[in-house]
Design a binder for this molecule. Structure first.
Ligand code: NI
Length: 131
């Protein structure tokens, strides 16, 4: 059994203030205001509604980690992030089931520097896993 639980839905947006305003107008509350992730060169904030957490990610420069994704995912969801109580086991299970790591465990400034890794699956695309 996997111990995965959903932590957030990642939304790729072009302009984070305007996106934030749109979510606030729908009744979301700001959980964490925008921080700059200098490793990935993106701006990130978190919003909450009805136990759902949405992460807004906006490229801060042309060489950000998400700049290449902007054409396909601009202003739309692009990953679901999961927490796990047994990272090693769940990571192994995922890689045995067609998920391929597309980067390495790297601290995430927007998540109190907890380490995250992104994996990709041919049938469902990208997921994020928090250690
Ligand atoms: Ni995320």
């Amino acid at each position: 059994m996997s111990t995965l639980t959903v932590h957030h839905i990642g939304y790729l947006v072009k302009k984070i203030e305007k996106a934030q305003k749109a979510f606030l107008s729908m009744g979301y509350t700001l959980e964490q205001d925008t921080v700059y992730d200098d490793i990935r060169k993106v701006h990130i904030c978190f919003l909450i509604k009805d136990d759902y957490r949405v992460e807004l990610v906006a490229p801060a420069s042309d060489d950000s980690v998400v700049s290449g994704l902007m054409k396909r995912y601009k202003n739309s969801p692009y990953h679901i992030c999961y927490e796990t109580t047994d990272f090693e086991k769940d990571y192994a299970t995922l890689t045995e089931n067609g998920f391929l790591a597309i980067d390495t465990l790297t601290p995430a400034p927007a998540l109190q520097n907890r380490e995250v890794v992104f994996l990709s699956n041919a049938s469902i695309g990208m997921i994020e896993l928090i250690r």
